[in-house]
Design a binder for this molecule. Structure first.
Ligand code: MG
Length: 381
């Protein structure tokens, strides 16, 4: 099997004859709250790239208020409309690899690059009449899905939310924690829901001063501690991993394959959460998956969560053998009052997503809905 770099170098030319952008806002079914902020209206930037024959869709899905990343829908919108799309319109690249190099030089914003890069991959797939998975050489397989729930004011509200959305048919449960809302939450969830596959995500809220809390959590048979510590403090993460049996999983810390190699070399984690949005596209996401596969380190596919385009992209990539835990890709109706893709995503009763093998992402975007939810749009050719 080719490496993803060999594949990207072999696919081209990539011509951007037309580029369209929609900024959309779709109400969420409930606010999503993590240790550093909250969102109740899903904003995303949707890009459609066309070379005159084939086309592809991309999504930029940062969170508002810079509580996950420095990038927000506002900064990504400005960067795409003000710089990136005008620079790309009418331009051709010899290959996806060359496009990727250009984008990395042109903008440091991963949440901007991802919208272009993923659209270009789908355009290559559709141009060849292939599904994205077939283009990537990935086997079709059911993708196990996990339920994620945010923070709530009370333990009763958290348990009600878990019951509202699951835990069945999902194959595991992830809850958000933060300092002061941790051990009691986990104890309550264990008491209410028993020995289900469970883990916690702190979104970088803890420090070395909190190791005692994390050692206490070590007793609850959690699948992992996701991003307990600050994103750049890999030394602390390695120290924590020496003190606990529960595997540490890194999310925010890993922005590239280089970051993944460094973190694993240091013993800073035993599991990696790969998000296509955070790393700027399919190429870097698969480079990280290749690092994990080569070292026998399990990965899993995380989400922001994205709307349907980004979610389907994550689902397609999760077929890579490096992804060994249930993904964060859930049914469209879990988070969003509506979705842009046809059909909407539905997790089956076996807790998996079963996909079509049609060309590209295998889903079509509903243009009427796109226009209906658009708060801004732009066209470049
Ligand atoms: Mg996370």
């Amino acid at each position: 099997m080719k490496t993803v770099d060999e594949l990207a170098a072999s696919l081209g030319p990539v011509l951007f004859r037309e580029l369209d952008l929609w900024r959309v806002a779709i109400p969420m079914t409930e606010p999503f709250r993590i240790s550093s902020g909250e969102v109740s209206n899903k904003e995303a930037l949707v890009v459609r790239a066309s070379d005159g024959t084939a086309f592809g869709w991309g999504e930029s899905s940062s969170m508002p208020g810079s509580f996950y990343s420095a990038e927000t829908p506002d900064t990504c919108h400005q960067e795409l409309v003000g710089r990136v799309l005008p620079a790309l319109a009418g331009r051709a690249f010899r290959s996806l690899a060359e496009l990727n190099e250009f984008l990395k030089e042109f903008t440091p914003a991963a949440f901007v690059r991802v919208a272009i890069e993923t659209a270009a991959w789908e355009m290559m797939a559709r141009g060849r009449g292939l599904s994205l998975r077939a283009l990537l050489g990935l086997e079709e397989r059911p993708i196990p899905s996990g339920l994620a729930v945010g923070l709530y004011d009370t333990e009763d509200q958290l348990c009600a939310a878990i019951r509202r959305w699951g835990p069945q048919p999902y194959q595991r449960l992830k809850i958000k924690i933060k300092r002061g809302q941790d051990v009691a939450l986990v104890r309550r969830v264990r008491r209410e829901f028993g020995d289900i596959p469970l883990f916690v995500d702190a979104n970088a809220d803890y420090t070395r001063e909190d190791f005692a809390v994390l050692r206490e959590l070590d007793a609850y048979k959690l699948m992992m501690f996701e991003q307990p510590l600050a994103k750049h403090d890999l030394e602390a993460s390695a120290e924590l991993q020496r003190q606990v049996r529960t595997p540490v999983c890194l999310d925010e810390s890993i922005e590239s394959a280089e970051d993944a190699r460094k973190a694993l070399d240091m013993g800073a984690c035993r599991i990696i959460n790969i998000k296509i949005q955070r790393v700027g596209g399919f190429l870097e996401a698969l480079r990280i998956a290749e690092v994990c596969a080569a070292r026998g380190v399990p990965a899993w596919m995380g989400t922001m969560p994205e709307l349907g385009i980004g979610s389907v992209q994550a689902w397609m990539l999760a077929a890579h053998p490096a992804f060994q835990f249930p993904s964060d890709v859930e049914s469209s109706a879990r988070w969003f009052s509506d979705d842009l893709v046809q059909p909407a995503l539905v997790v089956s009763s076996d807790g998996c997503l079963h996909g079509p093998a049609a060309p590209g992402l295998g889903f079509e975007v509903d243009r009427a809905k796109l226009e209906c939810y658009a708060t801004a749009r732009a066209h470049f050719s």
